[in-house]
Design a protein around this ligand. Structure first.
Ligand code: FMN
Length: 201
């Protein structure tokens, strides 16, 4: 089987890549608008780019109606965002916050989530998240052209919050973190409980 993505319809290519690049961690991104309305949404096209400087990035497509998603509008306006870790405990709430709602409505309220004021950026972090990273925007890369532009948002982590009981010898304890990952089909996820170790050669 060989697949040439350039010739595929958008939706078909999307399905192929979502099923190949797995499991994907989930950046649960909180932002705030210029009007002061906070916003929260999950993004699984997410990765770590550098640890020092501390750089993370996540990608997003266009909104259903075309145009930019609220998360991007807020980040472009304020240059700030928070990446919260979604885990087994917050999975349902995280999923709820992916519902497209009007910019005037906050997904924090819609999903019954607690806001905690951030220290270095304006968007609040998710109170129920075991780990949150306060970020400042570095750059936005664009791929493709209208009406379907994909954007990769790159930010510098300026402060990390870790729940005290998860901090073990300079690491975040994965057993307590209970992070989840996203797999190919739109409603398929995995846990991080079935793990194994392998010594580096
Ligand atoms: C687990 C999960 C992962 C998602 N990952 C992405 C992603 O990587 N890129 C993207 O554009 N949308 C992704 N979405 C959809 C967005 O969360 C959705 O479009 C959301 O409404 C955007 O919110 P906003 O308009 O408030 O920014 C994902 C949804 C879920 C449930």
């Amino acid at each position: 089987m060989e697949i040439s993505p350039a010739g595929m319809a958008h939706q078909d290519a999307y399905r192929v890549f979502m099923s190949i690049v797995v499991p994907r961690p989930i950046a649960w991104v909180s932002t705030i608008s210029l009007d002061g309305v906070d916003n929260l949404a999950p993004f699984s096209m997410y990765t770590l780019l550098s640890t020092k400087p501390a750089i993370v990035g996540f990608a997003m497509g266009t909104a259903r109606h075309g145009g930019k998603k609220d998360t991007l509008i807020n980040i472009e306006d304020t240059k700030e965002f928070v990446i919260n870790i979604a885990n087994e405990e917050t999975a349902e709430a995280m999923n709820k916050t992916s519902t497209p709602v009007e910019a005037a409505v906050s997904e924090f309220d819609q999903a019954g989530l607690k806001r905690i004021e951030s220290n270095k950026v304006k968007p609040p972090r998710v109170g129920q998240s075991p780990v949150s990273m306060e970020c400042q925007l570095q750059q936005v890369l664009e791929f493709g052209c209208e009406p379907r532009i994909n954007r990769f948002i790159i930010g510098e982590v300026v402060l990390i919050h870790v729940r005290d009981e998860l901090w073990q010898n300079g690491n975040v304890d994965y057993t307590g973190l209970q992070a989840i990952g996203r797999l190919g089909e739109s409603d398929l996820y995995c846990r991080t409980t079935n793990v194994f170790r392998m010594k580096r050669p």
